[in-house]
Design a binder for this molecule. Structure first.
Ligand code: ADP
Ligand code: F6P
Length: 328
């Protein structure tokens, strides 16, 4: 047992599930136990925390999970956590359970909740980025992104078979309410003719001219990747309508939806989850909080939690240009 004041920790998953969350839970639990800590799992994110849904974890409670998608702790969205009074209740519950620190696996929303617990009550928190959106500042990578992109790529490859067999245009919608990452990577990796990013002014004439340019040089199929934006389906069907009405182009829409959130995590997601979980516990024990496990320049380390809450600046703005250049 170390002389750290952290003797007991809890871990929860929050927000959208992401492949690799289980591998991260396993890493947190086993690293904690290996370091002599008592480890609690909290069911259903912040909602379960408020309900007191704690379960004590041991090495075997995380056996045989790292290859599975989803999260054995389950997850939730908990609107009440936006209220300071609710967070006070949560911290009191943790203290009553003699829990000294909380590890939160989730996206920027979940990190905001954790940050408030630190600011308002100095409760030790450490974050692990788990979201398919890859939209957290301070890290080049979030757990689940690689698997989600791979799922989307496999789906688009299949759609391309039909598109080229029937000489059709497909609009394929991928996830990303505010994040362009899945759309950009899927577009580059599938040779999409056009990529529509969230909150971008959609220009159906540009999309039509990209399709027509391809047809002129002998392409018989086109794939347009659309990031879902605020309302799944909305932008994709608007583009379909406009291509038909204004450009006489028939396009089929395929909304990939939640298949991108599930499935066995890729090697990258498993490896990073293992590293990030380990790092999170080591830093918690060392008294370095509030921080987030991050991946930067090929290394896993930590960054201050406050840095990870800033708006993420897209690290590779050239991706769109890359996709356009390669799909001429
Ligand atoms: P993600 O963590 O994947 O970004 P959400 O944005 O849905 O997912 O956030 C997950 C949960 O985190 C929310 O349901 C809420 O309980 C909590 N949360 C989000 N934003 C805040 C905030 N600003 N203050 C406190 N809690 C928050
Ligand atoms: O944050 C992950 C994500 O999958 C986004 O890409 C998507 O917009 C959103 O969650 C959908 O969330 P849900 O369907 O769970 O409400």
């Amino acid at each position: 047992m170390s002389d750290s004041k952290i003797k007991t920790i809890a871990v929860l998953t929050s927000g959208g599930d992401a492949p690799g969350m289980n591998a991260a839970i396993r890493s947190v639990v086993r690293t904690g136990i290996a370091r002599g800590l008592k480890v609690w799992g909290i069911q259903r994110g912040y909602a379960g925390l408020l309900e007191g849904a704690f379960r004590e974890m041991d090495a075997s409670s995380v056996g045989n999970i790292l290859q599975h998608g989803g999260t054995i702790l389950q997850t939730s969205r908990c609107p009440e956590f936006h209220q300071a009074e609710t967070r006070r209740e949560a911290v009191n519950l943790l203290k009553r359970k003699k829990i000294d620190g909380l590890i939160v696996i989730g996206g920027d929303g979940s990190f905001n909740g954790a940050h408030q617990m630190w600011l308002e009550h100095q409760f030790p928190v450490v974050g692990i980025p788990g979201t398919i959106d890859n939209d957290i500042s301070g890290t080049e990578y979030t757990i689940g992104f690689d698997t989600a992109v791979q799922t989307a790529i496999e789906a688009v490859d299949k759609i391309r078979d039909t598109a080229s067999s029937h000489a059709r245009t497909f609009i394929v919608e991928v996830m990303g309410r505010r994040s362009p990452a899945i759309a950009l990577h899927t577009g580059v990796c599938t040779g999409a003719e056009n990529i529509v990013l969230p909150s971008e002014n959609v220009d159906p004439s540009q999309i039509a001219s990209d399709i027509q340019r391809g047809v002129k040089r002998g392409k018989n199929s086109s794939i347009i990747i659309v990031a879902e934006g605020e309302k799944p389906g909305l932008v994709s069907y608007q583009i379909q309508e406009s291509l038909k009405k204004d450009h006489q182009i028939d396009a089929h829409v395929c909304v990939l939806g939640h298949i991108q959130r599930g499935g066995h995590p890729s090697a990258i997601d498993r490896f990073l989850a293992a590293r990030m979980g380990y790092e999170a516990v080591e830093r918690m024990i060392a008294g370095e909080y509030p921080v987030v496990s991050v991946y930067v320049n090929g290394h896993v380390g930590v960054a201050p939690l406050s840095e990870c809450l800033k708006k993420r600046v897209e690290s590779a703005p050239g991706h769109l240009e890359l996709a356009r250049t390669l799909s001429i």
